[in-house]
Write a protein that binds this ligand. Sequence first.
Ligand code: CLR
Length: 437
Amino acid sequence: PAELVAAGEKEKQEVVISGIDISSAFHGYENGPRQRLKLDADNRPKVGLWGILKSMVGKDMTRMTLPVSFNEPTSLLHRSSEDMEYSELLEQAAARSDSIERLIHVAAFAASIYASTIGRVAKPFNPLLAETFEYARPDKNYRMLVEQVSHHPPIGASWAESPKWTYYGEQNVKSKFYGKSFDFQQLGTCFLRLRPDAGGKEDFYTWKKLNSTVVGIITGNPVVDSHGPMVIKNWTTGEEAHLNFKPRGWTAASAYHVNGKIVDANGHVRVSLGGRWNSRIYARFTPGYEATVEEPADGESERRGSIGSDPQNRAFLIWQANPRPKGIPFNLTPFAVTFNHIDEQLARWLAPTDSRRRPDQRAMEEGEYDFAAKEKVRLEEAQRARRKAREASGDEFVPAWFERAKCEVTGETYWRLNGRYWEQRERAGKGDEGAWE
Ligand code: CLR
């Protein structure tokens, strides 16, 4: 199938790969995404992080046993799926005929994922090995699959696709608690293939995610800060977006700042970018020079369109964060709230390994913390028993839906979707009882 065309089979890259038909994935999602959880507010006991963490300096997060009140009802599979919150940016990118304009939107997409981290200093659940999370949005026209492909180190492989784009990569985070700060280092690469509406070659972009730091643990006011440089490269055109996320300083004024530029294949600046990753990001056409991009004066902030066509080269709004409505517990975003939804309609189609079937995460989101803790222990013990049995029989764990592949363009290895998941799901949902075995 088209989605399996290996990255960088260079001849094939010359032609546009036709849109992938993803519509069968929408079976089960007819009732639409949910908007609320059962709870309106979480009543997790308020705990000082430092009191518990101070004995764990030097450890990584996956090896820490913490009370469930430190958790939120998501897992790391969910946290990587949250990348899709602003998938519209990819549609907008594909709609542009100019590759520099496409790159502006792709850069905004790469930056947009950090808005979801605000107010969420809580531990996501560790996915079980072979756990999956599928998610499809008929209204936004994409489907996604994430699978936990390794337990130590924990790695989740993910693959999201629409007729216009394919976004894939791995969630491979190395963490270490230093006392003053808790560091999260992203080891994976993000890959994006974009099929412009106008036809022509497919764009192939890669970038690395930012590292995150939790600061303010000792003072009792912990926040997640993601900072550093990010380079988004379009390998098809040679153009690059350079973003710089400023580390949170002492004053609130410097928090969330991001700026950057888009350079063409010759290294000449074409566009300047600026804004805040918690609210809005703007772009200005600046041929040959880099300029600061300020939030435009009132009334102009909604300007959208084709940035190169503005005679005054003013700033255009590229991205805006979604509001966080009241009445959602755990500070989740409205997008994350939709993830753990299950109803009879959807249950028929879901794999037995789907995250939505985990009783501990379900209990957590419903405020049953003691039950959540008990179930979490039970599931993790069962996982240890499975590992021992595997070791005893000399079997190696093989992921069900992803396989290792080498990217011919960047030379990196990555996890490629093997194409079986959505087919098997279709058979299972249509009544073939052995389909998931
Ligand atoms: C950042 C955006 C990336 C994916 C990603 C991976 C790991 C996440 C990180 C994001 C945000 C911060 C995070 C981290 C894992 C644990 C850490 C959620 C989403 C929290 C804040 C650690 C809490 C510490 C406990 C001991 C309370 O695309």
